[in-house]
Ligand binder design. Structure first.
Ligand SMILES: *[C@@H]1O[C@H](CO)[C@@H](O)[C@H](O)[C@H]1NC(C)=O
Ligand SMILES: *[C@@H]1O[C@H](CO)[C@@H](O)[C@H](O)[C@H]1NC(C)=O
Length: 383
C-alpha cells in the first residue's frame, strides 16, 4: 500500500510544502523512543509529520516537553512521558507531585493522548541508594495525584528498569532479581499489581553480544534463522535473546509471587556505529535487528513463555543523538539522522518535510490560526 501525501505545514515563521510523495505504510504496532539529547533535531511539528508518515502511533519521551506535547495535539499518537531521576525526591512530596501534574500533564489532556508516566529511568542502575528508596513513594504519590484529579483511568504510572536488576537471566525459567533489590522490587511489584500497570524493561541483546562476541551467536541476537536454545526446565525453544530476556523477567516476577503483571520492553535497539572496541555496532546489524523485530511485532508474536501476549516494544531510538555522553554507540542508536534520512533501510520509508518557504507575509496571513496549521490531503491508494 502507498499513501500519497500533499501538505502545507505552517507555523509562525515558515511554511513547509510537501508535494506528492509515496510513503510506504506498514501499519506498525511498534512504539518509538523520541530522545532529544541533541542540538540538531528537527522541530517537533516536523517530527510529528515524520511519525505519521511512518504510521507510528506510540511515542515515548524522557521528559514532558511541552513543545512536543503541543505539536502532537489532536493526533492519534499515544505518549508515554517521563519524570527524570532528578525529580524523584520532589515527587515524594504530594504538593510538588500535584503541581507537576497540574502544570505538565493536565493542560495537554485530552487533546494530546498521554497514556503513561514513567517515574524515573533505570533507577537501580545508579548506586544512589537514596534514589532507590524514593522510587516507589514517588510512583505512589504521582499516582495518588492522578486519582485526585480523576486522571488515573487515562494515565497510568510505571518506571523503566535496566536488565541489570536481574542476577540470573538464563535459562529464562530461572530468571531472578538481584538479592539487594529484593525488598524494593517486591513492593514495586505489589504496586503494579494494585494499579494494573505494566513492568517496563530496557533490554539490549547488543550488550550481551558486545561483551562476548565469541560466545553469543550473532544470528541469535539479530532474530536471524538459527537453531536457538532450549530452556532445560520448560523445554521451550528460544530463537532470539530478547524473548529469553523478557521471559527471564516474567520468571523473576513469578518468583516474587506475581503472575498478574505484564512485562513490556520500553527500550530495545542496536547501534549502527560504535568505538573500535564495540563489536557488532554496524548499520548492517542494526538494520537486521530492527527490521526483524518489526516483522515479529507485526505478526503480534508473544514470547515462548507468554505466547498469547503480543510483545509490546518501544524501539530506541528515533534519531541519532549527538550530545549523548559515553561510547560512540550511545550517539548512534537512531533509525534516522536528524535531517530525516534513514540511517539504514528497514523496509519502511518515512518522510520528514523540508523547510522550503519562509515569508513574513505568510505569517500574518496565517496568524489567525493558532500556532500550527496543518492541511493534509491524504489519498490512500491500496495495492
Ligand atoms: C496504521 O497502523 C494501524 C495499526 O497500528 C492500522 O490499523 C492502520 O490501518 C494503519 N494505517 C494505514 C494507513 O496503513
Ligand atoms: C525540587 O523542589 C525544589 C524546591 O521547590 C526546587 O527548588 C527544585 O528545583 C526541584 N527540583 C526539580 C528537579 O524540579
Amino acid at each position: 500500500m502507498f499513501l500519497f501525501l500533499s501538505a502545507i505545514l505552517c507555523d509562525s515563521l515558515v511554511c513547509i510544502l510537501v508535494s506528492d510523495s509515496p510513503v510506504q505504510i506498514l501499519g506498525l504496532g511498534v512504539g518509538i523512543n523520541y530522545g532529544q539529547i541533541a542540538n540538531n533535531l528537527p522541530s517537533p511539528s516536523r517530527v510529528s509529520y515524520l511519525l505519521r508518515s511512518l504510521n507510528i502511533s506510540r511515542v515515548k519521551l524522557y521528559d514532558a516537553d511541552p513543545n512536543v506535547l503541543v505539536a502532537f495535539s489532536n493526533t492519534n499518537v499515544d505518549f508515554i512521558i517521563g519524570l527524570g531521576n532528578e525529580y524523584l525526591q520532589n515527587m515524594t512530596d504530594p504538593i510538588k507531585a500535584q503541581n507537576w501534574v497540574l502544570q505538565r500533564v493536565q493542560p495537554h489532556l485530552p487533546q494530546t493522548r498521554i497514556t503513561s508516566i514513567t517515574v524515573g529511568n533505570e533507577v537501580f542502575k545508579t548506586n544512589d541508594h537514596q534514589l532507590w528508596s524514593y522510587l516507589l513513594l514517588a510512583m505512589q504519590t504521582v499516582y495518588n495525584t492522578l486519582v485526585d484529579l480523576g486522571l488515573d483511568k487515562q494515565v497510568t504510572v510505571t518506571t523503566a528498569h535496566s536488565l541489570d536488576i536481574l542476577s540470573v537471566s538464563y535459562p529464562p525459567s530461572a530468571g531472578a532479581f538481584r538479592q539487594d533489590l529484593g525488598e524494593y522490587l517486591h513492593a514495586i511489584l505489589n504496586f503494579h499489581a494494585q494499579i494494573k500497570s505494566p513492568f517496563l524493561i530496557n533490554a539490549y541483546p547488543y550488550f550481551a553480544y558486545k561483551d562476548k562476541p565469541n560466545e553469543v551467536p550473532l544470528d541469535y541476537v539479530l532474530f536471524q534463522p538459527n537453531q536457538g536454545t532450549v530452556d532445560p526446565i520448560t523445554n521451550l525453544i528460544y530463537d532470539n535473546m530478547l524473548y529469553a530476556q523478557v521471559d527471564a523477567v516474567y520468571s523473576a516476577i513469578k518468583a516474587m509471587g506475581h503472575t498478574d503483571i505484564e512485562v513490556r520492553v520500553s527500550e530495545t535497539g542496536w547501534p549502527s556505529k560504535g568505538d573500535e572496541n564495540e563489536v557488532g555496532a554496524t548499520p548492517e546489524n542494526a538494520g537486521l535487528y530492527n527490521e526483524n523485530l518489526l516483522k515479529r511485532i507485526e505478526e503480534k508474536q508473544g514470547t515462548p513463555g507468554k505466547p498469547n501476549v503480543p510483545i509490546d516494544i518501544y524501539v530506541f531510538a528515533l534519531f541519532n543523538e549527538n550530545l549523548k555522553p559515553g561510547p560512540a554507540s550511545e550517539r548512534n542508536y537512531g533509525l534516522y539522522y536528524p535531517d530525516g534520512t534513514p540511517v539504514y533501510n528497514i523496509g519502511v520509508q518515512g518522510y520528514l518535510p523540508e523547510l522550503v518557504y519562509s515569508s513574513p507575509g505568510t505569517k500574518n496571513a496565517l496568524s489567525v490560526s493558532s500556532a500550527l496549521l496543518i492541511l493534509v490531503f491524504a489519498y490512500l491508494i491500496s495495492a
